[in-house]
Design a protein around this ligand. Structure first.
Ligand code: AHR
Length: 336
């Protein structure tokens, strides 16, 4: 009997010690100030963060959708400081206006990891994981040059539907494409903000169809949702686009549904913007937790997708890059 009691006592002690150890295992508290929910790309980015920074992976995530409002995004970060988050992740709506709040994060000793878009007026963050938007714009221009040559198109009269004003993605894509347009002597008839939304893309394209009827042969949309809106506007105006159409239609992002449009010949090309930053951020946080070295600047891999096989590679910044001619298998394998 004494022996049984001793075993029971020992077992109880082991169990309660285990419970204490379990209770002591604190999650990593992460605050994420997301841009908003303006596009399907954004939905994929949010979903990826929620999957990665989950309780099963040892995190507790506080997520704020700033609805494309910089004041809301700054407030969210200040609340994260108040709440004593272990890490703050931010996808900056605009490139500037960051130094004060990032200084507050630094003073509070909270590491900040920036994803996707860029910050240009402060270096008070610990890591950045995202896209080279300038390269995306340059790739778009270089592909268009090669495609126009292959098709014997001598004049380019382009209309650009920009993303949100002040966003790194807008600035890089605009500057990159313009660099090639200026070099090649193309005309950019107009370049207006469509705010990365379908409604914005449609509204801008409707006004372009009225103002520039019969004058343009290229439409560059700075994301897939804008391109969907532009299609509606051109359909209404009786303008044909895509393979064999009057207008070359190009987009950025490469969502699965958008690549299906390219494969179906409705769009001519789509330049990828990769929304999957979260797994890399997870690696960075794990390295920080372990006191190990980590990459402070990580460019996510991106590809360029086209409908036809006239152009299968381009030179961007002196580097030869593949242009992927879409197949149904490639479209179906897209994760988002
Ligand atoms: O910052 C990335 C851009 O923002 C994506 O191209 C767009 O779809 C999103 O809204």
């Amino acid at each position: 009997m004494k022996k049984i009691l001793a075993i029971a006592l020992a077992l109880a002690m082991v169990l309660s010690l285990g419970a204490i150890a379990f209770a002591a295992e604190e999650p990593i508290y992460v605050g994420f100030a997301q841009v908003g929910h303006e596009s399907d790309w954004r939905t994929a980015s949010t979903q990826s963060a929620q999957d990665v920074f989950s309780a099963e992976n040892g995190y507790e995530l506080s997520f704020v959708d700033a609805d494309n409002d910089s004041a809301v995004q700054l407030d969210a970060i200040r609340n994260f400081i108040q709440q004593g988050m272990d890490y703050i992740i931010v996808d900056p709506i605009v490139e500037t206006g960051w130094d004060a709040v990032l200084t507050e994060c630094e003073d509070a000793g909270i590491p900040v990891i920036v994803i996707d878009r860029t910050i240009t007026d402060s270096d008070k963050f610990d890591a950045w994981v995202g896209s080279d938007f300038m390269v995306e714009g340059l790739a778009c221009g270089e592909w268009l040059k090669a495609y126009a040559e292959a098709k014997g198109i001598e004049e380019i009269n382009a209309l650009v539907i920009e993303g949100s004003t002040g966003a790194g993605a807008t600035i890089g894509r605009t500057d990159g494409f313009k660099e090639i347009a200026d070099r090649e002597g193309w005309t950019i008839l107009d370049s207006q903000c469509g705010d990365f939304t379908e409604a914005g893309g449609q509204e801008v394209m409707e006004s372009y169809c009225q103002s520039y009827a019969g004058q343009f042969n290229v439409v560059i949309c700075q994301n897939d949702n804008e391109a969907a809106g532009a299609m509606t506007a051109m359909d209404q105006a009786g303008i044909t686009y895509g393979v064999g159409g009057d207008v070359i239609l190009v987009s950025f992002d490469a969502n699965r549904w958008a690549l299906q449009n390219v494969l179906d010949g409705k769009w001519n090309a789509d330049f990828e913007c990769n929304p999957m930053a979260a797994p890399t951020v997870d690696e960075i946080i794990k390295a920080m937790e372990a006191g190990e070295d980590y990459e402070a600047e990580v460019y996510v891999p991106e590809s360029w997708f086209v409908a036809e096989d006239d152009v299968t590679s381009i030179e961007v910044n002196g580097e030869e890059q593949e242009v992927v001619v879409l197949t149904q298998e490639i479209v179906d394998a897209r994760p988002y």
